[in-house]
Design a protein around this ligand. Sequence first.
Ligand SMILES: Cc1ncc(COP(=O)(O)O)c(C=O)c1O
Length: 384
Amino acid sequence: MPDKTKGWGFSTRALHVGQGPDPATGAVVQPIHMATTFAQQGVGEHKGFEYSRTGNPTRNALEECLAALEDARHCLAFSSGLGAETTLMLLLNPGDHVVYMEDVYGGTFRLFDKVLKRFGMTFTAVDASDVDQVESAMTDKTRMVWLESPTNPLLRVVDIDAVSEVAHSRGAMVCVDNTFATPYLQQPLHLGADVVVHSSTKYIGGHSDVVGGAMMTNSDELEKQLRFHQNAVGAVPSPFDCWLLLRGVKTLALRVERQSENALEIASALARHKAVKRVFYPGLDAHPNRAIAGRQMRMFGGMVSFEVADEATAFRTLERLKIFALAESLGAVESLAEHPARMTHASIPASERQRAGVGDGLIRLSVGVEDVADLIADLENALS
Ligand SMILES: Cc1ncc(COP(=O)(O)O)c(C=O)c1O
């Protein structure tokens, strides 16, 4: 992909790469091309588009913009984050082994454990915030190391640079799910990763109104294989969803800055509250990976988790919140709260969850852009 960023900063790229006045009409907003098929001038002679599963102009615009935000050569947009993950995993073969961070998103675990294992792939969960654990789990069959950082829901931070070095020395590729951090806060391809995946349903869309996924890489060969598999499997987004994502991403930096500022204040307030046993937020000085987070992230993000006495207290707290909506998902302008053990991570067996440290008293917050004093008052009232 030619460099269309002209050295622009993040927000300028979010607003102008892949977009700009439509050459046909001058419209400043990217049109939604709903066409499923495109007329050919002669057999096999066309303007770059044949059939919308294979390629679509609105999707292309989104892909160019998102590639620029991760500073990547290539981006593929998908129908969902899991659509992107599944397509990537189809590059592996029966017998291949994957080492993955133990508190990954529950749906990622479900894909590995309940679907891909049936096709002969094998998986080992480790705490990848300890690089030695990654190294010890690798075998001569390990083809991929799968990371999330910060993790979901315990906000552990992985040293992506160090893990990439270990993985590459053993011939494995590194995939980072960058959904929590967003490309504004962290760019894993600059830290040695080979592939980045996003659930763009979350921060990239930012308004709880579109499901989508994205994958970025600098490898031309990987891009070729991914495009082939995406077209073969069909996990493509609709043009309207691409347009919603293009609209959402324009304000990504503004939103994430405000969410990160709010989250830091909320995490500090929770850390002082007597009903709270523990707070998980990479921006707190007490966080064990605070130094790595400071090195590889611009700010610390909008996700905060905290632990109360037990499940009953967690349920009561969640039910008493008035501004935070009790809901799954994350990354939108409005604040959400949820109970990982019974909601987002319910697909992980209780024993695995406990081993990974996802307890019954854990609450996860997705902090929005509301006034932070109102959010803190809401939490204090619910905890009282
Ligand atoms: C970190 C993370 N990765 C991937 C996914 C899956 O994305 P989607 O719901 O868009 O399929 C999610 C969804 O919650 C997520 O939180």
